[in-house]
Design a binder for this molecule. Structure first.
Ligand code: 3NM
Length: 214
């Protein structure tokens, strides 16, 4: 795939628990209308078939908006629906194995929680990394926040795209941007909001304002 995807600024991950009564497709379409420019399907407590069905639906939607689709964990599902890539955690399939299965043209993102993990992911050929959780978050309970000091270190030392994640809201996003993040990811603040499109626009406004101040 072309490297245009690297220009993403606002990465939105699904989180159906945050919008009971509203469908996944409705909420994700609202995020796309608000300017989300990369989407990840993350469905932790679902059967493979349920994830597959959601992946097909999101593939259709993201194609319509010409936005990359990343699948969390499930490499087979990513291939089945022709997603643009996968996102893997530190305990998932090692990057080299994932790369062997997916080939050079699909995006592989890795969650990192320390600069050592980030440098290793970069060295091993990740296309981008997640840096977080920046703040404590109910979406990943029990994981200690890495604070904006890790964002700062990543900004100084990591050459591949990195996206700050974890507990980020429109109220604290400026701290994260000031620490050097150029790309922001959120789940609850966006998909759990009454107006996901508006929330996306607010995040993007903060991101673009931060560009102007650099
Ligand atoms: N990964 P919210 S933090 C899915 O640090 C995820 O790798 C993280 O959700 C990491 O925006 C996180 O609701 C949760 O805090 C992000």
């Amino acid at each position: 795939m072309s490297s245009k995807w690297k220009d993403f600024r606002l990465y939105v991950i699904t989180g159906v628990n945050y919008h009971p009564g509203r469908s996944l497709m409705t909420v994700m379409e609202q995020t796309l209308q608000g300017g989300a420019d990369i989407i990840q399907l993350r469905a932790k407590d679902m059967t493979k078939r349920e994830v597959l069905a959601q992946a097909y639906a999101l593939r259709k939607l993201t194609r319509h908006y010409d936005v990359p689709l990343i699948i969390n964990d499930h490499i087979d599902i990513a291939l089945a629906v022709d997603a643009d890539g996968v996102h893997l955690g530190q305990d998932d399939l090692p990057l080299a194995e994932a790369r062997r299965i997916l080939g050079a043209d699909r995006i592989i993102g890795i969650s990192t929680h320390s600069i050592e993990q980030a440098l290793r992911a970069e060295r091993d050929g990740a296309d981008y990394i997640g840096v977080g959780p920046v703040f404590p978050t109910g979406t990943k309970p029990g994981r200690q926040a890495v604070t904006t000091s890790y964002v700062q270190e990543a900004a100084q030392r990591i050459r591949i795209p990195f996206v700050a994640i974890g507990g980020i809201t429109t109220s604290n996003v400026n701290e994260v941007l000031a620490a050097g993040a150029a790309r922001i990811c959120a789940v609850s603040a966006i998909v759990g909001s009454d107006d996901p499109a508006h929330e996306c626009r607010s995040f993007l406004q903060a991101i673009h304002a931060s560009d102007q101040s650099k």
